[in-house]
Design a protein around this ligand. Structure first.
Ligand code: PLP
Length: 408
């Protein structure tokens, strides 16, 4: 009897969840993406049948080793790298930590250049390195979130050994001039790392052409599994292990490989590569449509980030006189998932460091929402979202003494 009741409750909870998920409008693809069915079906074989430990000696394990090599080759080809330049990691955070700490460990002292708008995986690592005696320059960005190449050049010192600048910003979507930064780093013989977690598979990346020495990626941002990613490290850089133990990843990252994750990531990359152009075009069209409707129809709204040089899936708006956190909850009740700033920083106190860096006053930073779409978004879903937004913002402003004072 108890068991039956339990099963019924369990079933109902799952059913309700599934129905709610099917009906919701998901606009938080910068936080994470939905895994493609082809990806998880592909991954299943590594949990069901092909479960051998790749380090074992028999042919069953050799087959799994071959699959990891297949994945490594796929990933390498996707950025024009060589196979032995790809190290599997647990995602963006580990890759960022590893890249910076590995170089710091090699150079022992000196100067690193980064920006004020990096993800916390970079900023917190820089703070850690500062405590260990390294000197860090945090470059400013302009009102659109772009670094200034002149400032970068001026910041280079004799002891600068590393430049770490993200390819695309996770909050406002601004794309940095990666190729030009790579050229400057090359001319000055400085290692150039880029956090490409948001950019990889959204824009084409060629590490050779762009003079990138190290690059971080994460599979769950491209319809792949969570907890997996890779770090590209150019040949001949002073590579050192981050996790010590067994001999996996050519002695560089110990621990039994996350085979399902690694192969799932490669499968996701394969699909993402084949669909990059069409995804870009669809997202751009929807992005243009939504930006123009929001800016034209919602008074006191502004688009943050670069008007042109931005990710095709990102829209970051401030709605003056409306609190972003409250709007997020109101939209959630209407079945729409968005983010107030960056998902990774929703537990952070204070306004977003990125919005501060582009010069937004606190009041506007607190009234900001990030919408990150994908290629499956429909015009109807955008229309519904804008209608909800308009109603919710109206309701909030009606109760805002600041707004009432401003407009009367
Ligand atoms: N870097 C950027 C730019 C990101 O947007 C994120 C996640 O949002 C990360 C790093 C961290 O990646 P992961 O979630 O794979 O650790």
């Amino acid at each position: 009897m108890l068991i039956t009741l339990y099963v019924v409750i369990e079933y109902n909870i799952n059913k309700t969840d599934t129905e709610a998920i099917m009906n919701m409008i998901y606009m938080d693809n910068a936080a994470t993406t939905r895994m493609r069915p082809q990806v998880y079906e592909f991954m299943l074989q590594y949990m069901k049948d092909r479960y051998a430990n790749p380090s074992s000696g028999y042919s069953f394990a050799q087959g799994v080793r071959d699959d990891i090599n297949w994945a490594r080759e796929k990933l390498a080809l996707s950025i024009n790298a060589d196979i032995d330049e790809i190290i599997m990691t647990s995602g963006g955070t580990e890759s960022d930590n590893w890249a910076l700490k590995m170089m710091a460990d090699y150079f022992k002292k000196g100067h690193i250049i980064t920006t004020k708008i990096e993800h916390h995986a970079i900023l917190r690592t820089c703070e850690f390195l500062e405590k260990h005696g390294f000197s860090i320059t945090y470059l400013n960005v302009d009102e659109f979130g772009m670094i200034k190449l002149d400032e970068l050049k001026r910041s280079i010192r004799k002891d600068t050994f590393l430049i770490s600048i993200m390819a695309a910003n996770n909050e406002v979507g601004t794309l940095q001039p990666i190729e030009k930064i790579g050229q400057i780093a090359l001319e000055k013989n400085i290692i150039f790392h880029t956090d490409a977690v948001q950019a990889y598979m959204h824009i084409p990346i060629d590490v050779k052409k762009m003079n990138i020495s190290m690059m971080s990626t994460s599979a769950h941002k491209l319809n792949g599994p969570k907890g997996t990613g890779f770090l590209y490290v150019k040949k001949n850089l002073p590579l050192a292990p981050y996790i010590h133990g067994g001999m996996q990843e050519n002695n560089m990252r110990a621990g039994t490989e996350n085979v399902a994750g690694i192969c799932g990531m490669a499968k996701a990359v394969q699909i993402a590569e084949n669909t990059m152009q069409i995804r870009y075009e669809t997202e751009r069209r929807m992005q243009k449509y939504m930006i123009s409707r929001v800016l034209n129809e919602i008074p006191f709204s502004r688009l943050n980030g670069h008007p042109v040089n931005r990710l095709s899936n990102n829209m970051n708006f401030s709605f003056q006189f409306a609190d972003g956190a409250t709007l997020l909850v109101m939209l959630d009740r209407q079945g729409i998932c968005v983010s107030a700033g960056s998902a990774c920083s929703t537990n952070e106190a204070g306004p977003s460091h990125v919005l501060k860096a582009i010069g937004l006053p606190d009041e506007l930073a607190y009234s900001t929402l990030r919408f990150t779409i994908n290629e499956t978004i429909t015009k109807n879903e955008i229309d519904y979202t804008i209608n909800c937004l308009k109603n919710d913002i109206d309701a909030l402003r009606k109760n805002s003494t600041k707004y009432i004072r401003y407009v009367t």
